[in-house]
Write a protein that binds this ligand. Structure first.
Ligand code: T4K
Length: 384
């Protein structure tokens, strides 16, 4: 899925030969400030396993999310794996969405469970609670929903299905840091919520993640599971893994929290340009954002209806690429169509998700992107 090595043919005003406009760029801490934190790490010679910078970042992340039980992890995938292990889910199925990054279903598979894909709500791209209800069987052990693009799922609908069947409701909240819903961080919803702090995320530790849970006991178990199950030098309680975040990664993140609202504001400016310039174009639709949602502007997805737009998403993507604009087809191919899952999910089984995977295109958005360039990108879409 990487864009490295792609050829570019830049012909857009503002894109110099050799430049590309990528779908996202990471925010970076000041190099001198980072070096300052590294000096402390060098002096302490303490590189990982709950070092001082890790502890400082953990406290800041909890405060930012306003959630008491959040553990830092080495990436969002580890957060998903540990969430699934936390509820001791064995020998069964987990109902999830096909319209996501591979990490979501693969974490289920790596946990010895079977992902069962349910269809999505065409308006948002998020799991449809009715489809989830229809996918629950006696072998279902949990629901794993994704707030795709950071847009809230139907949290009430999913909670109702989970309650009816006595299932844990887990969220892949990888895209949500900085977004709020009904006055709360999205990581506040569900029995556990996994965050990603990957380089491509709004808030990044280069590689990193976190898991939010609802009690001190669960948090203690997460901390055990992320450190091989080690209780003390004499005791290993259970088969944990290495899910820890290093001091170097924590330092990278610690320096970025203060700038987060500026980054969100800069992205909001971009996220205003696209709808302003494109809302009246036939065949371009933006995902619905529910009332009470305060976006983090992590992604700027549009859905291209090929008939009304007069060009399909793939041709549009190629056309943008030819002008140096690297929009991305998040999330295509649909997870249910990967060879490892396709046998159980023949075409036509998940019609709304299949359609969105053919139509979704994420336009470039990051704080350093000049809104005028977003205007240029919108102009290419208008030209079609
Ligand atoms: N759940 C969901 C729903 C997720 O979306 C993800 C990750 C996860 C779980 C797993 O979380 P982690 O275990 O990764 O913490 C990217 C990211 O690699 C991936 O983390 C992310 N989702 C996904 C949505 O996007 P790719 O394959 O598109 O990455 P790549 O390398 O093509 O980068 C995308 C663009 O970002 C490039 O055009 C350029 C830019 N970029 C990328 C990197 C790595 C930079 O400018 N600098 C960089 O260092 O998956």
């Amino acid at each position: 899925m990487t864009s490295r090595g792609e050829l570019e043919h830049p012909r857009l005003p503002g894109v110099s030969p050799g430049d590309k406009v990528l779908v996202t760029r990471p925010t970076m801490p000041g190099l001198a400030e980072y070096a300052g934190l590294l000096e402390g790490i060098w002096a302490r010679k303490w590189l990982t396993n709950n070092g001082a910078v890790h502890e400082a970042l953990a406290a800041r992340v909890r405060a930012y999310l306003d959630l008491p039980h959040v553990s830092l992890l080495c990436n969002g995938t580890a957060a998903l794996l540990i969430a699934l292990r936390l509820f001791d889910l064995r020998d069964g199925e987990v109902v999830t969405t096909p319209f996501t990054f591979p990490a979501t279903p693969h974490a289920i598979t790596w946990s010895g469970l079977t992902p069962v894909f349910a269809d999505v709500d065409a308006a948002t791209g998020n799991l449809d609670p009715e489809a989830v209800r229809g996918a629950v069987t006696p072998r279902t052990r949990a629901i794993l929903a994704v707030h795709v693009y950071g847009i809230p799922c139907d949290v009430d609908g999913l909670a109702a299905v989970a309650r009816e069947h006595g299932l844990p409701l887990l969220y892949d909240a990888a895209h949500t840091f900085g977004a709020r819903y009904r006055g709360e961080a999205l990581a506040a919803f569900g029995d556990a919520a996994a965050l990603s702090f990957h380089a491509t995320k709004l808030f990044s530790t280069a590689e990193g993640g976190a898991l939010a849970v609802r009690s001190a006991d669960r948090e203690a178990r997460v901390n055990l599971l992320k450190n091989f199950g080690i209780v003390d030098e004499e005791t290993v309680a259970e088969p944990g893994i290495n899910g820890k975040m290093s001091e170097l990664h924590a330092a990278f993140g610690l320096l970025q929290l203060d700038g987060l609202s500026a980054e969100i504001n800069a992205r909001r400016a971009i996220d205003t340009v696209y709808p302003e310039r494109l809302a009246d174009v036939p065949g371009i639709r933006f995902p619905r954002r529910p009332d009470g949602y305060e976006p983090n502007h992590a992604y700027c997805p549009v859905f291209i209806d090929e008939t009304r737009f007069g060009m399909d998403r793939d041709d549009l993507c190629r056309r943008l690429r030819a002008k140096g604009i690297h929009a991305r087809k998040y999330f295509h191919p649909l997870c249910s169509q990967y060879p490892c899952y396709a046998a159980a999910n023949p075409p036509g089984k998940l019609p709304r998700a299949e359609l969105l995977a053919r139509r979704a295109l994420c336009l470039p958005i990051y704080g350093g992107l000049d809104p005028a360039m977003a205007g240029n990108v919108a102009a290419i879409l208008r030209e079609r």
